[in-house]
Write a protein that binds this ligand. Structure first.
Ligand code: AKG
Ligand code: FE2
Length: 510
């Protein structure tokens, strides 16, 4: 399907059309999952079906490839990519802030992965050797519970049916950095097979936050209170993240280690309804197939497409490149081939105002915690900045007191992918579905949604559910007992009548 003049064929698409089976293709691209670890086909089929049903209950299990998106070519010509590139070793932090962060302009940064262990360790083979039995988050079920999949099954899925699924399952896992969350899985068994089982926390050691982004003020709110902010992302072609702006006005960096990602970015002022119209789903591939061509059309009497009018930026992210997404920018991302990436959201001193305005309303307790920490630093100073620096931040925040809440439509919201952890909400005018990148707002009653409070609430809900079930069982038991008793009584009555009849008969005979 032609998408725009900028699309062109590349060999991997024509290879596919030769009639190669997905497994053959995976072979061509190198190592296969089954070369490294055994897959029990039956078990795999059961698991993948369950994951699909849970992660996307709206989609019939037989309809995952009904649109035939696997036959489309989504690559763009490198000429369509207009984003500037800067190298982290050549542009100072001050210049980065002045040219890109402060004015809120996206940019691609090269050189951030220099020296990262991830450069050599984040590939199919190494990841399979280390994490084959670990479960990674794929998405959420209808109740908001995480849906996870064992890594070896996920990789096998990508090499088989994932190859033709319209919008394949996508690993979007934020738990790797959580204390006590990731344990070694199947250690002994893996050791016997000469595999190296690792805790998922090791992924944290494989990369380093690029210097431009390491002054994240949310670190002051504590690891457990702050919203989820870092994700290990791995997926096959056509998987991706639907159109959204990152939550709480935070900015993000997204570093790609393997593969290519196609991005479309829109400035915060873009009318959301235009770029996020009601669709049958919120998948990136659906957006690139159905929404983008309309935005690229140049209508009669106009000399510009809507994409041009609103300043859409297209980009093709390559291995080793880091995308900087300034707060408030809408973006939609699709993987063009097998990709491995890491992304983090942050609130820097430069973007504190826009984050504050959203956090103040969406997560009041978190905002309060952040403010009190900055106030404290303004009296004692910190390791990174002076008292004066923090005093300025406090003043900036205080000056926002009179500014009304930002409308939700231009605030936080949404990240979605087939799989990414997501939460849906309805925007201000009530008709546009948006979803958030895990970092939910405080509840309507101001209830805290930090990790530990969320867990506490979950445990409470489970306890209540158990108690409800117990009560229902008790009632059921009492009902049965009652019925049995009445049954027994009836039988007794019947028996008495029969005995009476017998007596009467006897008497008559006498
Ligand atoms: O790499 C991707 O799929 C995009 C990730 C993203 O935009 C996000 O996490 O907010
Ligand atoms: Fe995002």
């Amino acid at each position: 399907m032609p998408l725009s003049a900028t699309h062109f064929n590349i060999s991997n698409i024509s290879e596919r059309l030769d009639g190669d089976t997905p497994v053959k293709l995976a072979n061509k691209n190198g190592i296969k999952t089954t070369d490294i670890i055994k897959i029990n086909q039956k078990k795999y089929e059961r698991k993948v079906k369950k994951v699909k049903l849970n992660a996307r209950s709206e989609l019939d299990i037989f309809e995952w490839s009904k649109c035939g998106f696997a036959n489309n070519n989504y690559w763009i010509s490198p000429d369509a990519d207009k984003l500037p590139r800067i190298d982290v070793s050549q542009v100072s932090r001050e210049d980065f802030i002045m040219k890109y962060e402060a004015p809120g302009l996206p940019v691609v940064i090269t050189g951030c992965t220099r020296g990262w262990a991830a450069e050599t360790k984040w590939n199919k083979e190494e990841l399979l050797r280390n994490y084959a039995r670990h479960k990674f988050k794929i998405g959420e079920d209808d109740k908001g519970n995480p849906v996870r999949m064992t890594f070896k099954y996920y990789m096998y899925y990508l090499e088989t049916e994932g190859f033709k699924d319209d919008s394949p399952l996508y690993i979007f896992d934020s738990s790797f950095g959580r204390r006590g969350k990731s344990k070694k899985a199947g250690v002994e068994e893996l050791k016997k097979k000469n595999l190296r089982p690792k805790s998922k926390e090791y992924l944290l050691k494989d990369y380093k936050v690029p210097t431009y982004f390491d002054d994240d003020l949310f670190r002051f709110t504590g690891e457990n209170r702050r919203p989820p902010y870092r994700w290990f992302i791995l997926g096959g072609e056509r998987s991706g993240t639907g159109i959204h702006a990152d939550p709480l006005g935070t900015s993000a960096w997204n570093t790609l280690l393997v593969g290519h990602k196609r991005w479309c970015l829109f400035p915060p002022s873009t009318p959301r309804k235009l770029i996020d119209p009601k669709q049958k789903d919120h998948e990136a591939v659906t957006w690139f197939t159905c929404v983008l061509p309309k935005l690229l059309e140049v209508h009669e009497g106009k000399n510009k497409s809507l994409a041009e009018e609103y300043g859409m930026i297209e980009a093709l992210q390559r291995p080793g490149e880091t995308m900087f997404v300034p707060g408030g920018w809408y973006h939609v991302v699709m993987n063009l081939d097998f990709t491995i990436a890491v992304t983090q959201n942050f609130c820097s001193p430069t973007s504190i105002e826009q984050v504050w305005l959203r956090t103040r309303n969406a997560r009041p307790k978190l905002a309060q915690k952040l403010l009190s920490k900055i106030i404290r630093l303004s009296t004692i100073g910190g390791t990174r900045h002076s008292k004066n620096f923090y005093r300025n931040l406090v003043n900036k925040i205080k000056a926002l007191e009179t500014i009304p809440a930002l409308p939700e439509s231009s605030s936080s919201s949404s990240s979605s992918s087939t799989s990414s952890s997501e939460k849906s909400s309805t925007d201000d005018d009530g008709d546009t579905e948006v979803s958030e990148t895990e970092s939910e707002e405080d509840g309507a009653d101001g209830e805290c949604r930090c990790y530990s409070c969320k867990m506490k609430a979950k445990r409470k809900a489970k306890r209540q559910e158990r108690e409800k079930q117990k009560l229902e069982m008790q009632k059921e038991w009492e009902k049965r007992r009652y019925e049995n008793n009445t049954g027994g009584m009836l039988k007794r009555e019947e028996r008495m009548t029969i005995e009476d009849d017998r007596d009467r008969k006897k008497r008559r005979e006498m």
